[in-house]
Write a new protein. Structure first.
Length: 150
């Protein structure tokens, strides 16, 4: 979006990438909050911006991308629990209920908040809707970045 020329370095996980950033093997990284927040809070990393529409309560001193000068909307990240196609609906519902109960536990909310994660529970149907809605937008971003399928 900002026409910045950077090199994408694939990693097998965010924690490994953050460790290489701390070690000076990388110059910058777009990271998940979970591996980055402890490093930012310890002073080993400097957060430049968060990609959320509002500042993170976990790192309130860090500006949003818009506040840092990137005015274009930034794609949001979300996670979902997935099961194989054809999983019986009662099992899907049971897993979905268990996840909702887990993320509603006070100790889980507290730990997630320390890491800058604020989970929102939804339905399997809403997840599929998000995939349908966001896929064309993500395709546009990938095209702008010159990313081609192999």
């Amino acid at each position: 979006m900002g026409r910045v020329n950077i090199v994408h370095v694939p990693y097998k996980g965010g924690v490994l990438a953050v460790m290489d950033l701390v070690a000076g093997q990388l110059d910058l990284q777009f990271s998940d909050m979970v591996p980055a927040v402890p490093q930012v809070k310890s002073g080993r990393l400097r957060a430049l911006a968060v990609t959320t529409p509002k500042r993170s309560p976990t790192l309130p001193e860090v500006p949003t991308m818009a506040q840092a000068g990137v005015k274009e909307p930034f794609p949001q990240q979300w996670w979902a629990v997935a099961a194989p196609k054809g999983t019986p609906r009662p099992i899907v519902d049971r897993i979905n209920t268990a996840v909702a109960q887990m993320i509603d536990r006070p100790e889980v909310k507290e730990r997630f908040a320390e890491l800058g994660v604020f989970p929102v529970h939804t339905t399997p149907e809403r997840v599929l809707e998000l995939v349908r809605i966001e896929s064309p937008e993500m395709a546009r971003y990938l095209k702008m970045a010159g990313v081609e399928p192999e």
